[in-house]
Design a protein around this ligand. Structure first.
Ligand SMILES: *[C@@H]1O[C@H](CO)[C@@H](O)[C@H](O)[C@H]1NC(C)=O
Ligand SMILES: *[C@@H]1O[C@H](CO)[C@@H](O)[C@H](O)[C@H]1NC(C)=O
Ligand SMILES: *[C@@H]1O[C@H](CO)[C@@H](O)[C@H](O)[C@H]1NC(C)=O
Ligand SMILES: *[C@@H]1O[C@H](CO)[C@@H](O)[C@H](O)[C@H]1NC(C)=O
Ligand SMILES: *[C@@H]1O[C@H](CO)[C@@H](O)[C@H](O)[C@H]1NC(C)=O
Ligand SMILES: *[C@@H]1O[C@H](CO)[C@@H](O)[C@H](O)[C@H]1NC(C)=O
Length: 287
């Protein structure tokens, strides 16, 4: 079984013109810090299972099914340690992450706070078989209406990643770029963010040769999907412009979510999350 899987991986990577398979073919654990794209029920628990309304959301996800990181963990048969909260920013000291629900103002830990807490509560463990994920998808820009400079946000994310490196000695950290969605008023901000992220990770990576720093081009992959009639047909996605529901108020839901790319204004449907997870996996095993 094991060698059968290995042979399959070698063939897959050859198809992708990569000469060898990577060492990232198995993980025991995946640890994600982040926001609603990766939250598997943390905001839901915080609100005593009242928000995001489920159904139509799937068991507290901001989607109609599992989110990308859950599919990735399933692919790897890895244990998922999910520290992500919907509405989280890079750091509450920079932009406080919070939301209003049912007359209550809930505040959520930012990525920096999630990481600080994790480091303080998990000393001296071995993380050789762990994939760390910095699942940041742009909330600082949403709260400030694009009023914060990407270099500030990225410095904050890199600082948190350095804390991880200095305290936990991770072998690999994955950073996704932010996808550009139809009708978004944040295209140029996100494009800029993705560029600065790439440049900053080049230096971060050079400073930490023992850590594999993997920039996942979420934006390019989603754009390619949107432009490809074949890929859309394969997933039976016919609507890439409209949101099926709204994250603020999920009382209206479209008739056929299985044909939508967008679940709500900012989140993807579970089909797309599964597609992304498969793509992340295919790239990781051939790095
Ligand atoms: C949580 O929700 C349940 C069911 O709606 C309710 O019985 C319980 O009192 C709530 N708990 C808190 C702490 O609000
Ligand atoms: C909610 O709390 C956050 C801090 O967590 C604060 O910045 C925000 O102004 C508060 N909003 C309201 C409406 O009280
Ligand atoms: C944002 O960029 C995406 C991808 O290039 C494009 O499909 C969309 O129309 C753009 N939105 C705006 C408002 O420019
Ligand atoms: C694609 O979606 C349509 C509309 O929901 C449905 O009728 C059809 O059976 C789906 N096709 C496949 C191959 O799943
Ligand atoms: C994008 O704009 C179209 C046309 O104005 C609208 O029907 C659709 O709901 C919008 N989609 C999103 C995600 O806001
Ligand atoms: C789609 O998003 C818009 C906000 O951009 C919202 O007003 C609308 O209600 C949403 N559509 C549905 C079906 O919920």
């Amino acid at each position: 079984m094991r060698s059968f899987i290995t042979i399959n991986i070698i063939i897959m990577c050859l198809i992708q013109l990569s000469l060898e398979t990577s060492i990232w073919t198995t993980f025991d654990d995946i640890i994600v810090f982040g926001d609603s794209y990766s939250d598997n029920g943390n905001v839901y628990a915080l609100t005593n299972k009242s928000y995001p309304q489920s159904p139509p959301n799937y068991k507290g996800r901001f989607s109609n099914g599992k989110v990308w990181i859950e599919y990735l963990a399933m692919k790897y048969q890895a244990n998922l340690i999910d520290k992500a909260f919907g509405y989280a920013t890079s750091d509450n000291g920079l932009v406080p992450g919070h939301f209003q629900w049912d007359n209550t103002n809930y505040s959520v830990p930012g990525i920096k706070q999630q990481i600080d807490f994790f480091i303080n509560s998990h000393p001296n463990q071995n993380y050789d078989k762990t994939l760390f994920v910095m699942g940041y998808f742009g909330n600082d820009y949403r709260y400030t209406n694009n009023g914060i400079d990407p270099s500030v946000v990225i410095s904050s994310l890199i600082y948190s990643a350095s804390q991880l490196v200095n305290n936990l000695e991770p072998r690999i950290i994955l950073f996704p770029t932010i996808p550009l969605l139809p009708n978004s008023t944040q295209n140029s901000t996100f494009t800029n963010h993705n560029k600065v992220l790439k440049n900053s990770l080049d230096s971060f990576s050079a400073e930490h040769p023992d850590v594999e720093v993997f920039l996942y081009p979420f934006d390019e992959v989603l754009l390619k999907f949107r432009k490809s009639a074949d890929l859309k047909e394969k997933l039976n996605i016919t609507n890439i412009f409209n949101n099926c529901t709204s994250y603020a108020d999920a009382s209206n839901v479209c008739e056929t979510p299985e044909n939508y790319m967008l679940w709500d204004e900012v989140h993807l449907t579970t089909k797309l999350y599964e597609y992304i997870a498969n793509d992340v996996y295919d790239r990781l095993i051939c790095l």
